[in-house]
Design a protein around this ligand. Structure first.
Ligand code: T3D
Length: 262
């Protein structure tokens, strides 16, 4: 695939987007956003993809917006609302609504919108040496790309405010303890553990996992009645999948199920 700022792979039901600007810790440029849109188009159009991985090359996961694309001296102020509108928000929305599991493999520092990108993933594995930094406050900005939505929901209001207002570095171990990520893994084991996790996810009942994701995300804003109604509707949908039939048949026949993601 002819990308300059990312690497894209699609093998055995697992698509991988690797941010690939290691010299600037994989910070986001306009070009990278364009390439991410193209990669997401491929993922969304390909029904054989049953798990998406987002990771980074080198010692960083992603250091947020590439600040060399911003001019502090410009007399005409840039509209910084346009950047989320065009680039960050669509990406976050696409990751949150993608009906397959999205695994963030945080290989190194995740700062600013890079931290928000990690938190927009469904399951996050981080190398023990990785760090999460809400760097926005250090340059007078606010957490974007869904950061102010994800953080309080993951770690609670008080911690979210502390992290966002101070911009302190949170180790992967602390992130796991805070409930910000799924697991912190020794650096030397990250690639293997991530591969194992994704291989496992890619043979699960994909449509069921997509519906679980939809229900969990909706629960963030639904009241109990609305959520119960949604569970009913999604269960109805899950019950119509081939994988549900296969799961029940395999249970009754005392054999391992073979799910096709349909
Ligand atoms: O503008 C909009 O579109 C609005 C939306 C904004 C969303 C945002 O993400 S705002 C937040 C932007 N990000 C930051 O403020 C983080 C800036 N980076 C850092 O604070 C540090 O680099 C880190 C804490 C992430 C890592 O520190 P460290 O010491 O491990 O590495 P380093 O030496 O600072 O960085 C290594 C290289 O990457 C360095 O380049 P050099 O000197 O070797 O040529 C550094 O300049 C470059 N780099 C790191 N982050 C960025 C970057 N280059 C451009 N933009 C970056 N964000």
């Amino acid at each position: 695939m002819g990308f300059n700022t990312i690497a894209f792979d699609n093998t055995n039901g697992i698509a991988t987007i690797r941010l690939n600007r290691p010299d600037s810790l994989n910070s986001f440029t306009s070009e990278m956003h364009q390439e991410l849109r193209e990669a997401m188009d491929i993922v969304e159009a390909d029904e054989s993809v049953r798990c998406l991985v987002i990771t980074g090359t080198g010692r960083g996961f992603c250091a947020g917006q590439d600040l060399t694309e911003r001019d502090p001296d410009t007399a005409t102020k840039m509209d910084l609302g346009a950047s989320p509108d065009t680039n960050y928000n669509p990406l976050t929305r696409r990751l949150k609504t993608l009906p397959i599991p999205v695994v963030g493999v945080v290989n190194g520092v995740a700062a600013g919108a890079g931290a928000s990108l990690a938190l927009a993933c469904d399951l996050v594995l981080a190398a023990r040496s990785a760090r999460f930094i809400q760097a926005f406050c250090k340059i007078g900005l606010i957490p974007d790309a869904g950061g102010t939505w994800a953080l309080p929901r993951l770690v609670g209001h008080a911690r979210a405010l502390g992290l966002a207002m101070l911009g302190d570095s949170v180790s992967a171990e602390q992130a796991e303890a805070l409930g910000m990520i799924w697991r912190c893994i020794d650096d030397s084991e990250l690639a293997d553990e991530a591969a194992k996790l994704c291989e496992r996810l890619a043979v699960q009942p994909t449509r069921g996992l997509g519906l679980i994701k939809k229900a969990m995300n909706a629960s963030m804003s639904n009241d109990l009645d609305a959520q119960l109604d949604l569970e009913r509707d999604l269960q109805r949908e899950a019950g119509l999948t081939e994988d549900f039939d296969e799961g029940v048949a395999a249970f009754q026949q005392k054999r391992p199920p073979v799910f096709k993601g349909r």
